[in-house]
Write a protein that binds this ligand. Sequence first.
Ligand code: SAH
Length: 475
Amino acid sequence: MEYLPIFAQLKGRSCLVVGGGSVAERKVAQLLLAGARVTVLSKEMTERLKELRGKGKIKYEVGPFSRADLAENWLVIAATDNRSANKEVAEAAEAERRLCNVVDDPALCSFIMPAIVDRDPITVAIGSNGQSPVISRWVKGIIESVLPARLGALGRLVGRWRGPVRRAIEGTEQRRRFWEHMIAGPIPEQIFAGQDCTNTLDAALKQWKGETDSHAGQAYIVGAGPGSPDLITLRGRQLLSQAEVVLYDRLISTEVLAYARRDAELISVGKTPGQPSITQKQINRLMVQLVKEGKRVCRLKGGDPMVFGRAGEELEALAEAGLPFQIVPGVSAVEGCAAYAGIPLTHRDMAHSVILTTGQTQDGVVDLSEFKPGQTLALYMGVAKYTDVEKQLIDNGHDPNTPVVIVERGTTTEQRVIATVLKTLAKATKKFEISPPALLLVGETIRYAERYSWFAPERLMIFRDEEKPPLARVC
Ligand code: SAH
């Protein structure tokens, strides 16, 4: 992160704007919104700035700029249309340790102004390190459209009730739970509908005092999706952001973990195949213990928790201990990889069923005898078994030219798609040094990948082991 976003309290503080054109005018307006005392330094001024000066809203000086002008000011904005004049201001500010923004010149800035979504007191600032204001504005548009227009009213309500709630409920943790409970309830919708919530809040606060057991712990078993942080469900994200403790698997990306609360305790419980690590029983015990302590625990698993995720054992342990849980599905690797590699898993002419199986069984034996032509096979785990898979399927009578695809790190920015056929599966695995996590897909529809793998197409590899024709004999 090149710039640290901070919110500056400028109410009543002096700020200097050098320049009097339309760009300076916009900056002045923003500073005035924040309650700053603004001085404009410029030979000329727009009509609007003149008007502000007339109303006594800004101070005005003709200049020229000198370093002494910085003495009174907390920050300075250089907004002239002359680069060397702006540079002079930036250099003086640097020497005086004043924060300086030079409009449209990130190299000279010691602070930059973000795009703002204003639902005062809720404010969202969006920046791009000065590299792409266009993207910042685009992001702003998205955020504007999802945040309710009256979000500010909700923020103000919470602000007004902070004091009474502090007096009524002891302990930061309890107070936070109260507010989370309120925000998850009907209050936001009432506020957005323009209603007064004083009575609802008052009643809730009185009731809350009597409730001590109602916020016992709970476990959320959540599927994080196959890799891309965009592929977690809305519900999964909501619960993840409420949890106080997150127990996460090895394949969970840092981007997904960033959806957790800032103060949440993040515990890695990843198991690395073939290496000593935490056992499933230990994970179950830890989860039960934390929920019993009254914590909201998010058990975050790659893909879908109910597909090769051992969620069954975890929910059994929770149920046995009489603890409440919720389960949120996720996009499983088979769905993520198929979609990102352009492969339909079923097809009215080619595949009527899908078999999900694993290359890593307790006894080490992979049994693919169920798989028949006209089906799609998805093999989770077991990259080391691909040689056995090739042999077994050919021995079972499958056409050695059946299309297969290996999707490595599917849906992530490192996704690779290796498209080949059954008889060269082992060779391709070796040649491309495939490493987990990878998913193997076999069947007629898999040939779609060669034409339609749309995500990171530069990493689509089509592997054909063309046998070299015998050398012509030269007589
Ligand atoms: N519950 C998970 C599966 C866990 S088992 C799900 O529903 O997807 C772990 C295996 O899933 C890996 O060995 C690999 O075969 C597959 N897998 C998980 N993420 C993957 C990804 N991004 N790309 C390819 N395969 C993946």
